[in-house]
Design a protein around this ligand. Structure first.
Ligand SMILES: [Zn+2]
Length: 260
């Protein structure tokens, strides 16, 4: 895999790595290794410091031996970035793939990207995780299917609030509320599919017929057309907000920077 775009790097990082609670003696790590430690509170990497033996604070009877230099929270253990397949991130090597592209095979690079992603506002994080990570629907196991469904539902709630915020009138009754939900799910699923593979899932005509209305009702002058247009604009803005900070990190890594 190559550093082509923020969304590809996003997918690759979460396919290759995960954050897990660190066990065992991690105090002896080098500075390089410590950059793959993430704060369990602000989730940034590279700020967790082991406190000298005998120091640390007691919280509910548990000694917190680590402290984050970014948010100053104390923690029992840092989150550790691990490579899927049980080799720890710090054991991997940095490598160059052909044609001047860097491969994300290095845990330190993955830690930088993941750190930026984990700090996104919650709706951006949920959107990006829903869109850019995970397998195709057919390959989802039960647990991942639950997470998938929860993220999709969370995005429905966000999008409905965006429409309210855009000053669109409330739906008139239960039947309309149900139609609006059908519309918003269709717009969300379509936007996800386009971001993932550049192909549409539902045309305007498909969505209109799912709502049981004529395609002409999707003209921006009309009730459903206004909602459709507002939802599409909201998701375009959300996608830009989500990928912006990740693109900045990817661009920095592409230029060869690993320094904080
Ligand atoms: Zn922190």
């Amino acid at each position: 895999m190559k550093f082509r775009s923020a969304k590809q790097v996003w997918a690759e990082v979460y396919e290759g790595f995960y954050l897990s609670v660190g066990w065992g003696d991690m105090g002896a790590g080098t500075d390089q290794v410590a950059r793959t430690y993430h704060c369990p509170f602000c989730r940034q990497s590279g700020f967790m410091r082991a406190l000298p033996a005998g120091q640390g604070v007691l919280v509910l009877g548990v000694r917190m031996r680590w402290r984050c230099g970014a948010c100053y929270e104390y923690a029992q253990r840092p989150l550790l970035l691990k490579r899927r397949g049980s080799i720890t991130a710090s054991q991997t090597r940095m490598a160059r793939a052909g044609a001047g592209d860097y491969a994300v095979v290095d845990g330190l690079q993955a830690a930088r990207v993941m750190s930026a992603i984990e700090q996104l506002p919650e709706h951006c994080y949920t959107w990006g995780m829903w869109v850019y990570t995970g397998l195709s629907l057919a390959d989802l196991d039960k647990y991942e299917l639950d997470v998938f469904g929860q993220r999709r539902l969370a995005m429905l709630g966000w999008l409905a609030r965006e429409l309210d915020g855009a000053g669109l009138p409330d739906v008139a009754d239960d039947e309309e509320a149900e139609l609006e939900q059908t519309l918003l799910f269709a717009v969300l699923d379509d936007a996800r599919q386009r971001e993932r593979c550049g192909r549409r899932l539902h045309s305007k005509t498909d969505i209109a017929s799912a709502l049981g209305v004529d395609r002409r009702c999707f003209d921006a002058r009309y009730k459903w057309g206004k909602r459709y247009a507002a939802a599409v604009v909201a998701l375009e803005r959300l996608t830009a907000e989500t990928l912006g900070p990740v693109s900045a990190v990817v661009e920095g890594l592409r230029r060869g920077g690993l320094a904080a």
